[in-house]
Design a protein around this ligand. Structure first.
Ligand code: ATP
Ligand code: MG
Length: 432
């Protein structure tokens, strides 16, 4: 007899099941409501794009593009696209900028504020808080202005969201990594210093001296830390305009009462960042503790063939944010099964169907057994499902027009006519 293959979710991917999925939906709802209150609107872009879009924007020397993307060829049916490479998106900003250009959104009034939510894909080593399919909720501001007040408002929005979902043990790090005027000079200086210390660095950092010296600052290797601490710091090498921008950002954060720490080593992995960079870490996540990363990317739209455009944005790692909420133990109260309709006798069934619908129309979560059950079994199931109330509808109840509502936590029972019953349960709804 041949053994049937047991299918399992692919390594690095996972199923999000109830009740966790309720927490996910709640978190996403809080984020959407927060973003919309700051006048951001939803954008939905495809899950795969031209590989070159990511190569050009994220940068070919980043880990993401050099080894983490899921890339495949266009199907042979699409002859015009034959040979073209596509990739599952590893992040959201490139797609948003591509859409901004494609739809001529620079002609829209003011700065355009967009948010997105969805899965991203990176071939990384799976571990706690690190998956190959993970979820981000991000926001971007694109348009003519790079006023530091925009950066500060975006950061405020993040902090407000984290507070709203009960993530209190967070740290916000900010930095400025300069612009195309001052950064190249600093990078050259860094390269010279790093070359002098080359023997003391590991192979990754040695390679980055030539390809992307800024990324050496990201290193977590213990033996490299002493060397990095002695390196020149970008804050001492910003041009006048970048220095003023960063100073104003800090004023704007103070104005908003937002606590932050400056971290000169926060360069972020992606190539397209300029000036402001920021990251938020949260408690309870071990070494994968970054829940949000973001920054300014003033040259990106132009790099992708669009008009000169300023931009800033962030992406929250939803998997990690939710993990941190779970670890904190402070879960939100989410509505559960309110009423189990325990009906008995076929004559009671039409009334049970009608009552279930009326309760659901009033916003209650209701379970109605599709088949007749014995009274004891019915109440037993109501209990196992975690229902707050059992609504007992037998033939006698139908005849008299009064129903028994049993609270399952303490077996308290009351007999109510339909209008009182509906009114009572509706008034209880918020606590269910
Ligand atoms: P890390 O340093 O942890 O690898 P990153 O700098 O690669 O993060 P970004 O590209 O800035 O991450 O993405 C923003 C957020 O998305 C991160 O702060 C993190 O919360 C989340 N994230 C990134 N990669 C993963 C992943 N593989 N699994 C789960 N969440 C992720
Ligand atoms: Mg990463």
């Amino acid at each position: 007899m041949s053994q049937q293959k047991q299918f399992r979710a692919i390594k690095g991917t996972r199923d999000i099941l109830p009740p966790d999925s309720s927490l996910w939906n709640w978190f996403e709802r809080q984020a959407r409501e927060t973003f919309e209150s700051y006048s951001f609107r939803d954008i939905r872009t495809p899950i795969f794009e031209d590989t070159d879009l990511f190569a050009r924007s994220v940068g070919t020397d980043t880990d993401i593009v050099s080894k983490e993307m899921y890339t495949f060829s266009a199907s042979s049916e699409a002859a015009s696209h034959d040979g073209e490479q596509m990739s599952l998106r590893p992040e959201g900003t490139a797609s948003v900028c591509r859409a901004y250009i494609e739809h001529g959104m620079h002609t829209l009034p003011g700065n355009l504020k967009l948010y997105y939510s969805g899965p991203m894909f990176r071939r990384e080593r799976p571990q706690k808080g690190r998956y190959r399919q993970f979820y981000q909720m991000g926001a971007e501001v694109l348009g003519p202005s790079d006023a530091p007040g925009i950066d500060a408002e975006v950061i405020e929005m993040l902090v407000v969201l984290f507070r709203r979902v009960g993530l209190e043990k967070i740290t916000l790090y900010v930095n400025s990594i300069g612009c195309k005027e001052c950064r190249p000079k600093y990078v050259e200086l860094l390269r010279v210093e790093l070359r002098n210390a080359k023997d003391q660095l590991g192979p990754d950092s040695q390679r980055r001296i030539e390809t992307n010296p800024l990324r050496v600052l990201d290193s977590k290797l213990p033996e490299e830390q002493v060397i990095i601490e002695r390196l020149p710091r970008i804050s001492d090498h910003l041009c006048e305009a970048c220095r003023a921008h960063f100073a104003k950002l800090k004023d704007e954060l103070a104005l908003r009462d937002i606590a932050y720490e400056e971290n000169w080593r926060l360069v972020r992995g992606l190539d397209y960042y300029t000036r402001t960079t920021f990251e938020v870490t949260a408690a309870g996540l071990g070494s994968q503790n970054a829940v949000c990363g973001g920054g300014r990317y003033d040259g990106l739209v132009e790099l992708l063939g669009g008009p000169p455009t300023k931009g800033i944005g962030f992406a929250i790692g939803a998997d990690r944010a939710i993990l941190s909420i779970q670890e904190s133990g402070k879960l939100p109260h989410l509505p559960g099964l309110a009423v189990f309709v325990a009906w008995m006798g076929l004559k009671a069934y039409p009334t049970a169907v009608a009552m279930a619908r009326k309760l659901r129309e009033r916003g209650l979560i209701v379970e109605l057994p599709a088949e007749e059950m014995k009274f004891k079994k019915s109440l037993g199931l109501a209990d196992k499902l975690g229902a707050k109330y059992a609504l007992i509808i037998g033939e006698d109840e139908v005849a008299s027009g009064t129903y028994t509502l049993k609270r399952l936590s303490d077996a308290n029972q009351q007999k109510l006519a339909e209008p009182e019953l509906l009114e009572y349960l509706e008034s209880e709804r918020r606590g269910l």
